[in-house]
Design a protein around this ligand. Structure first.
Ligand code: ZN
Length: 212
């Protein structure tokens, strides 16, 4: 007996099986590729860094803090050209030939021709302009922080008024022909300075003296 296969049916079945195999293979391939990609992504990735606590934030620096002001303001000489006459002698009496007695000399004498321009030695505010008998015209400048400068032996015509703000080196007046209290020295600026009400030697502040 001979069995007749339906050839076309057989063929169809074979094709179906083939299709199924291909489908399965394809499915496996897709899964395999997916697994490989996943694994490679997982394994290839560097191990997660051990969580280290964040460093403490930098101490807060307030950049808006203004720079610390120089406790000693800038000073300039009170004249362009001068000869130093009597230096300050705050603790020791010196003889005054003009007054014929011994006294302290509370400032520095800057000898110059009458009419020589006198400058403020540092920035400040004019607090007094006085016409005196013995010291001629006197200008007082407050430099702040308890420091004052006094310009004695000036001509009556001055360049500043009480309340004026002046810069270091501002022209404030001119040397008078005569300062009765120290007339024997001829025309000169007698410059005094006080810190907290006490006389101080201008030589400790003025640049020409500090350089020496
Ligand atoms: Zn003097």
């Amino acid at each position: 007996m001979r069995t007749y296969h339906n050839n076309s049916n057989d063929k169809k079945r074979r094709i179906d099986r083939k299709k199924l195999t291909y489908s399965l293979l394809l499915a496996f391939s897709v899964i395999a590729v997916a697994v490989i990609i996943t694994l490679s992504l997982t394994l290839g990735r560097p191990a997660p860094a051990i969580e280290t606590p964040a460093p403490p934030p930098d101490p807060i620096v307030d950049v808006d803090v203004p720079p610390v002001e120089d406790p000693k303001p800038a000073f300039v000489m009170p004249m362009e050209n001068f000869t130093v006459g009597k230096p300050a002698s705050l603790d020791r009496l010196v003889y005054s030939s003009s007054m014929k007695y011994w006294k302290t000399h509370n400032g520095i004498d800057f000898l110059a021709e009458a009419g020589t321009t006198v400058f403020a030695v540092s920035a400040g505010t004019v607090t007094a302009v006085q016409n005196t008998v013995l010291e001629a015209m006197v200008i007082t400048i407050d430099h702040g922080n308890g420091l004052f400068s006094y310009y004695k032996g000036l001509n009556e015509t001055v360049a500043v008024n009480v309340g004026d703000a002046v810069e270091a080196g501002a022209a404030i007046g001119t040397v008078a022909a005569n300062m009765p209290l120290e007339r024997d020295e001829g025309p000169h600026l007698h410059l005094e300075m006080k810190q907290d009400g006490k006389f101080v030697d201008p030589a400790d502040y003025l640049p020409a003296f500090a350089e020496k």
